[in-house]
Design a protein around this ligand. Sequence first.
Ligand code: GMT
Length: 375
Amino acid sequence: MKIGIVCYPTFGGSGVVATELGKALADKGHQVHFITYSRPARLDFFSENLFYHEVSVADYPLFDFAPYESALSSKLVDVVRFEKLDVLHVHYAIPHASAAFMAKQILKSYGINIPVVTTLHGTDITLVGKDVTYKPVVTFSINQSDGVTAVSNHLKNDTYSHFEITNEVRVIHNFIDLNRFSLKPKDHFKKAIAPNDERIIIHTSNFRTVKHTGDVIRIFKKLSDVIPSKLLMVGDGPDRVNTEQLCRQLGISEHVRFLGKQDAIEEILSVSDLFLIPSGSESFGLAALEAMACKVPVVSSNAGGLPELNIDGVTGFLSDVGDVDKMANDSINILKDDQVLETFKENALKQAKLFDLSLILPVYESFYEEVIERV
Ligand code: GMT
Protein backbone atom coordinates (compact mmCIF):
# COMPACT_ATOMS: atom_id res chain seq x y z
CA MET A 1 0.00 0.00 0.00
CA LYS A 2 0.98 3.64 -0.39
CA ILE A 3 0.18 5.24 2.95
CA GLY A 4 0.26 8.93 3.91
CA ILE A 5 0.89 9.63 7.62
CA VAL A 6 0.14 13.01 9.17
CA CYS A 7 1.38 13.68 12.71
CA TYR A 8 3.06 16.12 15.06
CA PRO A 9 6.77 15.61 14.45
CA THR A 10 7.73 16.13 18.09
CA PHE A 11 8.67 13.82 20.97
CA GLY A 12 4.95 13.70 22.02
CA GLY A 13 3.33 10.27 22.25
CA SER A 14 1.13 10.63 19.16
CA GLY A 15 4.11 11.64 17.00
CA VAL A 16 6.17 8.73 18.34
CA VAL A 17 3.40 6.20 17.65
CA ALA A 18 2.83 7.60 14.14
CA THR A 19 6.53 7.54 13.31
CA GLU A 20 7.13 4.04 14.67
CA LEU A 21 4.07 2.77 12.81
CA GLY A 22 5.29 4.34 9.56
CA LYS A 23 8.77 2.88 10.01
CA ALA A 24 7.37 -0.59 10.66
CA LEU A 25 5.02 -0.40 7.65
CA ALA A 26 7.96 0.66 5.47
CA ASP A 27 10.02 -2.27 6.78
CA LYS A 28 7.19 -4.55 5.70
CA GLY A 29 7.36 -3.20 2.15
CA HIS A 30 4.67 -0.52 2.15
CA GLN A 31 5.51 2.92 0.80
CA VAL A 32 5.05 5.46 3.57
CA HIS A 33 4.82 9.24 3.11
CA PHE A 34 5.08 11.46 6.19
CA ILE A 35 3.41 14.83 5.76
CA THR A 36 4.14 17.34 8.52
CA TYR A 37 5.88 20.66 9.27
CA SER A 38 9.27 19.24 10.20
CA ARG A 39 11.02 15.88 10.07
CA PRO A 40 9.59 13.59 12.79
CA ALA A 41 12.00 13.23 15.73
CA ARG A 42 12.51 9.47 15.27
CA LEU A 43 12.81 9.60 11.44
CA ASP A 44 16.54 10.25 11.33
CA PHE A 45 17.73 7.66 8.80
CA PHE A 46 17.29 6.69 5.15
CA SER A 47 14.93 3.98 3.93
CA GLU A 48 13.89 3.36 0.34
CA ASN A 49 10.23 3.09 1.38
CA LEU A 50 10.07 6.23 3.52
CA PHE A 51 9.31 9.72 2.21
CA TYR A 52 8.93 13.03 3.96
CA HIS A 53 6.93 15.97 2.61
CA GLU A 54 7.36 19.20 4.52
CA VAL A 55 4.39 21.51 4.99
CA SER A 56 5.61 25.08 4.84
CA VAL A 57 3.30 27.90 5.80
CA ALA A 58 3.69 30.99 3.65
CA ASP A 59 3.90 34.01 5.93
CA TYR A 60 2.21 37.34 5.31
CA PRO A 61 2.10 40.48 7.52
CA LEU A 62 -1.71 40.21 7.79
CA PHE A 63 -1.47 36.85 9.57
CA ASP A 64 -1.35 36.98 13.34
CA PHE A 65 -1.92 33.23 13.09
CA ALA A 66 -0.50 31.57 9.99
CA PRO A 67 -3.12 29.20 8.48
CA TYR A 68 -1.30 25.86 8.97
CA GLU A 69 -4.45 23.82 8.42
CA SER A 70 -4.92 25.27 4.91
CA ALA A 71 -1.27 24.69 4.08
CA LEU A 72 -1.56 21.09 5.31
CA SER A 73 -4.73 20.44 3.29
CA SER A 74 -3.07 21.81 0.16
CA LYS A 75 -0.02 19.64 0.73
CA LEU A 76 -2.23 16.57 1.27
CA VAL A 77 -4.01 17.22 -2.03
CA ASP A 78 -0.66 17.48 -3.76
CA VAL A 79 0.89 14.36 -2.20
CA VAL A 80 -2.22 12.16 -2.62
CA ARG A 81 -2.54 13.17 -6.29
CA PHE A 82 1.05 12.89 -7.37
CA GLU A 83 2.23 10.02 -5.17
CA LYS A 84 -1.04 8.15 -5.83
CA LEU A 85 -1.63 7.28 -2.18
CA ASP A 86 -4.11 4.54 -1.22
CA VAL A 87 -4.94 5.82 2.26
CA LEU A 88 -4.30 8.81 4.54
CA HIS A 89 -3.75 8.07 8.23
CA VAL A 90 -3.90 11.15 10.46
CA HIS A 91 -2.73 11.05 14.07
CA TYR A 92 -4.27 13.46 16.60
CA ALA A 93 -7.60 14.96 15.58
CA ILE A 94 -6.67 18.64 15.81
CA PRO A 95 -6.20 19.94 13.13
CA HIS A 96 -5.20 16.84 11.19
CA ALA A 97 -8.63 15.22 10.84
CA SER A 98 -10.30 18.39 9.57
CA ALA A 99 -7.38 19.16 7.22
CA ALA A 100 -7.76 15.64 5.81
CA PHE A 101 -11.52 16.15 5.40
CA MET A 102 -10.86 19.35 3.43
CA ALA A 103 -8.25 17.60 1.26
CA LYS A 104 -10.65 14.71 0.65
CA GLN A 105 -13.34 17.11 -0.65
CA ILE A 106 -10.87 18.89 -2.94
CA LEU A 107 -9.55 15.58 -4.27
CA LYS A 108 -13.08 14.57 -5.29
CA SER A 109 -12.94 17.33 -7.93
CA TYR A 110 -9.99 15.39 -9.43
CA GLY A 111 -11.99 12.16 -9.39
CA ILE A 112 -10.08 10.78 -6.38
CA ASN A 113 -11.83 9.40 -3.27
CA ILE A 114 -9.02 9.04 -0.73
CA PRO A 115 -9.88 6.97 2.37
CA VAL A 116 -9.06 8.83 5.62
CA VAL A 117 -8.25 7.03 8.88
CA THR A 118 -8.09 9.15 12.06
CA THR A 119 -6.35 7.90 15.20
CA LEU A 120 -7.36 9.60 18.45
CA HIS A 121 -4.51 9.78 20.95
CA GLY A 122 -5.80 11.42 24.10
CA THR A 123 -5.55 15.12 24.68
CA ASP A 124 -7.20 15.70 21.28
CA ILE A 125 -10.33 14.31 23.02
CA THR A 126 -9.88 14.60 26.77
CA LEU A 127 -8.38 18.09 27.06
CA VAL A 128 -8.17 20.25 23.95
CA GLY A 129 -10.75 18.59 21.72
CA LYS A 130 -13.72 18.89 24.05
CA ASP A 131 -13.10 22.60 24.58
CA VAL A 132 -15.88 24.62 22.88
CA THR A 133 -13.21 26.31 20.76
CA TYR A 134 -12.66 23.10 18.80
CA LYS A 135 -15.53 20.75 19.66
CA PRO A 136 -17.79 21.21 16.58
CA VAL A 137 -14.85 20.73 14.20
CA VAL A 138 -13.50 17.72 16.10
CA THR A 139 -16.96 16.07 16.21
CA PHE A 140 -17.56 16.69 12.53
CA SER A 141 -14.16 15.48 11.38
CA ILE A 142 -14.34 12.29 13.48
CA ASN A 143 -17.77 11.54 12.00
CA GLN A 144 -16.52 12.25 8.47
CA SER A 145 -13.44 10.02 8.74
CA ASP A 146 -13.69 6.73 6.85
CA GLY A 147 -12.15 4.90 9.79
CA VAL A 148 -11.52 5.98 13.38
CA THR A 149 -9.27 4.32 15.93
CA ALA A 150 -8.53 5.07 19.59
CA VAL A 151 -5.45 3.89 21.49
CA SER A 152 -7.43 2.47 24.45
CA ASN A 153 -10.93 1.38 25.44
CA HIS A 154 -11.04 4.24 27.89
CA LEU A 155 -10.34 6.78 25.15
CA LYS A 156 -13.00 5.20 22.96
CA ASN A 157 -15.56 5.54 25.78
CA ASP A 158 -14.43 9.12 26.49
CA THR A 159 -14.91 9.95 22.81
CA TYR A 160 -18.47 8.60 22.85
CA SER A 161 -19.29 10.42 26.07
CA HIS A 162 -17.83 13.85 25.17
CA PHE A 163 -18.92 14.06 21.50
CA GLU A 164 -21.94 13.10 19.44
CA ILE A 165 -20.27 10.35 17.49
CA THR A 166 -22.10 8.51 14.75
CA ASN A 167 -19.04 6.64 13.51
CA GLU A 168 -17.61 3.40 14.92
CA VAL A 169 -14.43 3.93 16.96
CA ARG A 170 -12.15 0.89 16.77
CA VAL A 171 -9.65 0.29 19.59
CA ILE A 172 -6.12 -0.47 18.43
CA HIS A 173 -3.81 -0.30 21.43
CA ASN A 174 -0.40 1.33 21.17
CA PHE A 175 2.54 -0.97 20.54
CA ILE A 176 6.21 -1.38 21.31
CA ASP A 177 9.19 -2.49 19.26
CA LEU A 178 10.78 -5.05 21.56
CA ASN A 179 13.90 -5.17 19.41
CA ARG A 180 14.62 -1.59 20.37
CA PHE A 181 13.05 -1.48 23.83
CA SER A 182 14.72 -4.29 25.74
CA LEU A 183 17.13 -4.54 28.61
CA LYS A 184 20.58 -3.28 27.52
CA PRO A 185 23.77 -4.06 29.45
CA LYS A 186 24.56 -0.60 30.90
CA ASP A 187 26.20 -1.46 34.22
CA HIS A 188 28.80 1.29 33.94
CA PHE A 189 26.00 3.85 33.55
CA LYS A 190 24.18 2.39 36.57
CA LYS A 191 27.34 2.64 38.66
CA ALA A 192 27.79 6.29 37.66
CA ILE A 193 24.26 7.22 38.72
CA ALA A 194 23.97 5.03 41.77
CA PRO A 195 27.53 4.44 43.07
CA ASN A 196 26.28 2.92 46.32
CA ASP A 197 23.78 0.58 44.66
CA GLU A 198 20.85 2.88 45.32
CA ARG A 199 17.57 2.03 43.57
CA ILE A 200 17.05 4.05 40.37
CA ILE A 201 13.63 5.60 39.83
CA ILE A 202 12.66 7.13 36.49
CA HIS A 203 10.03 9.44 35.02
CA THR A 204 9.86 10.40 31.35
CA SER A 205 7.37 12.90 29.95
CA ASN A 206 6.82 16.23 28.25
CA PHE A 207 6.52 17.93 31.66
CA ARG A 208 3.04 19.25 30.93
CA THR A 209 0.69 19.92 33.85
CA VAL A 210 -1.27 16.74 33.09
CA LYS A 211 1.85 14.67 33.94
CA HIS A 212 1.81 15.77 37.62
CA THR A 213 5.63 15.98 37.78
CA GLY A 214 5.30 17.59 41.22
CA ASP A 215 3.74 14.33 42.44
CA VAL A 216 6.71 12.41 41.01
CA ILE A 217 9.01 14.49 43.22
CA ARG A 218 6.76 14.13 46.31
CA ILE A 219 6.57 10.35 45.85
CA PHE A 220 10.33 10.18 45.43
CA LYS A 221 10.92 12.26 48.57
CA LYS A 222 8.81 9.84 50.65
CA LEU A 223 10.32 6.69 49.20
CA SER A 224 13.92 7.92 49.32
CA ASP A 225 13.44 8.68 53.04
CA VAL A 226 13.04 4.91 53.46
CA ILE A 227 15.07 3.36 50.62
CA PRO A 228 18.30 4.95 49.32
CA SER A 229 17.38 5.97 45.75
CA LYS A 230 18.18 8.24 42.82
CA LEU A 231 15.61 9.80 40.49
CA LEU A 232 16.09 10.41 36.76
CA MET A 233 13.74 12.99 35.23
CA VAL A 234 13.81 12.63 31.44
CA GLY A 235 12.20 15.09 29.03
CA ASP A 236 11.42 18.75 29.09
CA GLY A 237 8.43 21.07 29.06
CA PRO A 238 6.53 23.84 30.77
CA ASP A 239 6.60 22.40 34.32
CA ARG A 240 10.29 21.57 34.45
CA VAL A 241 11.35 24.77 36.24
CA ASN A 242 8.69 24.39 38.96
CA THR A 243 9.62 20.74 39.36
CA GLU A 244 13.30 21.59 39.85
CA GLN A 245 12.27 24.28 42.33
CA LEU A 246 10.27 21.69 44.32
CA CYS A 247 13.35 19.45 44.55
CA ARG A 248 15.29 22.35 46.08
CA GLN A 249 12.49 23.10 48.56
CA LEU A 250 12.39 19.45 49.64
CA GLY A 251 16.21 19.30 49.89
CA ILE A 252 16.57 16.34 47.52
CA SER A 253 18.34 17.98 44.55
CA GLU A 254 21.50 15.93 44.99
CA HIS A 255 19.48 12.75 44.39
CA VAL A 256 17.54 13.97 41.34
CA ARG A 257 18.96 14.40 37.84
CA PHE A 258 17.11 16.27 35.12
CA LEU A 259 18.40 14.79 31.87
CA GLY A 260 16.30 16.79 29.37
CA LYS A 261 15.15 15.25 26.08
CA GLN A 262 16.94 11.99 25.30
CA ASP A 263 16.96 9.83 22.18
CA ALA A 264 18.34 6.57 23.60
CA ILE A 265 15.62 6.30 26.22
CA GLU A 266 15.88 2.49 26.27
CA GLU A 267 19.43 2.75 27.63
CA ILE A 268 18.30 4.91 30.54
CA LEU A 269 15.33 2.64 31.21
CA SER A 270 17.71 -0.32 31.25
CA VAL A 271 19.34 0.86 34.47
CA SER A 272 16.05 1.75 36.17
CA ASP A 273 14.15 -0.14 38.87
CA LEU A 274 10.83 1.69 38.91
CA PHE A 275 8.84 3.98 36.60
CA LEU A 276 6.56 6.68 38.07
CA ILE A 277 3.62 8.03 36.05
CA PRO A 278 1.09 9.74 38.36
CA SER A 279 -0.69 11.58 35.48
CA GLY A 280 -4.01 13.36 35.94
CA SER A 281 -5.11 12.05 32.54
CA GLU A 282 -3.46 9.49 30.27
CA SER A 283 -5.24 7.83 27.38
CA PHE A 284 -2.73 4.99 27.18
CA GLY A 285 0.69 5.78 28.69
CA LEU A 286 3.18 4.86 25.99
CA ALA A 287 6.07 5.93 28.23
CA ALA A 288 5.00 3.29 30.77
CA LEU A 289 4.92 0.62 28.06
CA GLU A 290 8.45 1.59 26.99
CA ALA A 291 9.55 1.16 30.60
CA MET A 292 7.83 -2.22 30.98
CA ALA A 293 9.50 -3.50 27.80
CA CYS A 294 12.82 -2.75 29.53
CA LYS A 295 11.69 -4.75 32.59
CA VAL A 296 10.78 -1.72 34.68
CA PRO A 297 7.68 -2.03 36.93
CA VAL A 298 5.26 0.91 37.03
CA VAL A 299 3.64 2.87 39.85
CA SER A 300 0.92 4.94 38.21
CA SER A 301 -2.36 6.71 38.70
CA ASN A 302 -5.48 4.88 37.57
CA ALA A 303 -6.32 7.64 35.07
CA GLY A 304 -7.65 6.92 31.60
CA GLY A 305 -6.21 3.88 29.85
CA LEU A 306 -3.42 3.18 32.38
CA PRO A 307 -5.31 0.23 33.96
CA GLU A 308 -5.41 -1.41 30.49
CA LEU A 309 -1.61 -1.49 30.60
CA ASN A 310 -0.43 -1.50 34.21
CA ILE A 311 -1.95 -4.42 36.11
CA ASP A 312 -2.47 -3.60 39.79
CA GLY A 313 -0.32 -5.77 42.05
CA VAL A 314 1.26 -7.58 39.09
CA THR A 315 3.26 -5.20 36.88
CA GLY A 316 3.17 -2.39 39.45
CA PHE A 317 0.41 -0.58 41.31
CA LEU A 318 -2.45 1.81 40.52
CA SER A 319 -3.72 4.65 42.74
CA ASP A 320 -6.22 7.47 42.56
CA VAL A 321 -4.80 10.61 40.97
CA GLY A 322 -2.96 12.67 43.60
CA ASP A 323 -2.68 9.88 46.21
CA VAL A 324 1.03 10.48 46.75
CA ASP A 325 1.13 8.56 50.05
CA LYS A 326 -0.20 5.36 48.49
CA MET A 327 2.06 5.69 45.45
CA ALA A 328 5.08 6.14 47.76
CA ASN A 329 4.08 3.10 49.88
CA ASP A 330 3.50 0.99 46.77
CA SER A 331 6.94 2.01 45.47
CA ILE A 332 8.56 1.03 48.76
CA ASN A 333 6.77 -2.34 48.69
CA ILE A 334 8.16 -3.08 45.23
CA LEU A 335 11.69 -1.85 45.96
CA LYS A 336 12.35 -3.09 49.50
CA ASP A 337 13.03 -6.70 48.56
CA ASP A 338 15.21 -7.90 45.67
CA GLN A 339 13.08 -10.97 45.05
CA VAL A 340 9.82 -9.00 45.00
CA LEU A 341 11.39 -6.45 42.66
CA GLU A 342 12.55 -9.21 40.31
CA THR A 343 9.02 -10.69 40.17
CA PHE A 344 7.52 -7.28 39.28
CA LYS A 345 10.22 -6.81 36.63
CA GLU A 346 9.48 -10.18 35.02
CA ASN A 347 5.73 -9.43 35.08
CA ALA A 348 6.27 -6.00 33.50
CA LEU A 349 8.14 -7.54 30.56
CA LYS A 350 5.55 -10.30 30.16
CA GLN A 351 2.78 -7.70 29.98
CA ALA A 352 4.74 -5.51 27.50
CA LYS A 353 5.00 -8.50 25.16
CA LEU A 354 1.21 -8.39 24.70
CA PHE A 355 1.70 -5.04 22.94
CA ASP A 356 4.50 -6.24 20.65
CA LEU A 357 4.64 -4.39 17.34
CA SER A 358 4.46 -7.68 15.46
CA LEU A 359 0.99 -8.27 16.96
CA ILE A 360 -0.44 -4.77 16.46
CA LEU A 361 0.98 -3.93 13.00
CA PRO A 362 -1.20 -6.48 11.13
CA VAL A 363 -4.24 -5.04 12.90
CA TYR A 364 -3.51 -1.62 11.37
CA GLU A 365 -2.84 -3.19 7.96
CA SER A 366 -6.14 -5.04 7.93
CA PHE A 367 -7.95 -1.93 9.17
CA TYR A 368 -6.52 0.03 6.20
CA GLU A 369 -7.67 -2.73 3.84
CA GLU A 370 -11.13 -2.75 5.39
CA VAL A 371 -11.46 1.04 5.06
CA ILE A 372 -10.12 1.12 1.48
CA GLU A 373 -12.62 -1.59 0.56
CA ARG A 374 -15.47 0.34 2.15
CA VAL A 375 -14.77 3.74 0.49
O1 GMT B 1 1.15 12.81 26.66
C1 GMT B 1 1.09 13.81 25.95
O2 GMT B 1 0.82 14.91 26.37
C2 GMT B 1 1.34 13.66 24.48
C3 GMT B 1 0.18 13.03 23.83
C4 GMT B 1 0.22 13.16 22.34
O3 GMT B 1 -0.85 13.05 21.79
O4 GMT B 1 1.24 13.38 21.71
O5 GMT B 1 0.13 11.67 24.27
C5 GMT B 1 -1.08 10.99 24.16
O6 GMT B 1 -0.85 10.01 23.17
C6 GMT B 1 0.02 8.95 23.55
C7 GMT B 1 0.21 8.02 22.35
O7 GMT B 1 -0.99 7.47 21.93
C8 GMT B 1 -0.56 8.21 24.76
O8 GMT B 1 0.29 7.16 25.14
C9 GMT B 1 -0.68 9.23 25.92
O9 GMT B 1 -1.30 8.57 27.00
C10 GMT B 1 -1.53 10.40 25.49
N1 GMT B 1 -1.45 11.43 26.53
C11 GMT B 1 -2.50 11.77 27.27
O10 GMT B 1 -3.59 11.26 27.15
C12 GMT B 1 -2.25 12.84 28.27
